[in-house]
Design a protein. Structure first.
Length: 237
């Protein structure tokens, strides 16, 4: 059985504040704080979606951001409302080289994580949710890996750019293809995968390594073929 993409994790210097920002912007509920005061969770919108997990890391600002959210807009007015709400909550405009004629608006959350508010009418994101895509730096190989790892079909494979989407629909995971900058430090954003309680975690780890993953230096995380960190755990019974 393939694992479920249960959460997108973020290293954060102030995880509680960042969780509040994203919960408010996406109109999602937050999980009740547990005993771990350094971890805060914004809950998925449905059983097929993923949580947002914010984990304390005082070195977060020094980590590289190799992925960002593309937020969708139903109308031009909705795009402007999302931008206004984000700015009200503590986001800011940033320049990543976007051109004035491009319809999307690039912002950064309170800890500098880039995200884009996409213009209405974007056909590629038409069948997604509020988070239309998690857009990542990455090779074609890593797109193929994640398709097999999650059991999600490829919905884009052109000019070494790839994208996958759950058979249930929702957010797409995309990789922009070359050039991909060398990876010299951990990512600020990472994937969390969850297996059913009765699954064989060792067998699944073997399957993933057979697809091209490898263990990280400390053995606590796995790395995809591009070296991006992800975790694998079994759900609690």
């Amino acid at each position: 059985m393939t694992p479920h993409l249960s959460a997108i994790g973020f290293h954060a210097t102030d995880p509680a504040d960042l969780a509040r920002f994203w919960a408010a912007l996406l109109n999602r509920e937050q999980a009740e704080p547990g005993p771990a005061t350094d971890e805060f969770t914004v809950l998925a919108p449905d059983a097929h979606g993923f949580d947002l997990r914010f984990v304390a890391n005082q070195d977060a600002e020094d980590l590289t951001s190799r992925g960002h959210f593309d937020l969708t807009s139903a109308t031009p007015e909705a795009q402007q409302r999302t931008v206004a709400r984000a700015l009200e909550l503590g986001a800011r405009h940033i320049d990543v080289g976007q051109k004035p004629e491009e319809g999307h608006i690039v912002l950064a959350d309170p800890e500098g994580n880039e995200f884009c508010v996409i213009e209405a009418g974007n056909k590629f994101l038409a069948d997604t949710g509020a988070i239309g895509a998690v857009a990542c730096d990455g090779t074609q190989t890593v797109g193929y890996f994640w398709s097999e790892a999650l059991g999600w079909p490829l919905v884009w494979d052109q000019d070494e750019e790839t994208a996958v989407q759950s058979p249930h629909g929702g957010t797409k995971l995309t990789w922009g293809g070359p050039p991909v900058a060398p990876k010299t430090d951990p990512n600020r954003l990472y994937f969390e995968l969850t297996l059913p309680p009765d699954a064989d975690e060792a067998a699944e780890t073997t399957r993933l390594t057979g697809l091209g993953a490898r263990r990280g230096p400390d053995g606590g995380v796995l790395l995809d073929p591009d070296g991006n960190e992800f975790t694998l755990r079994k759900a609690r019974p």
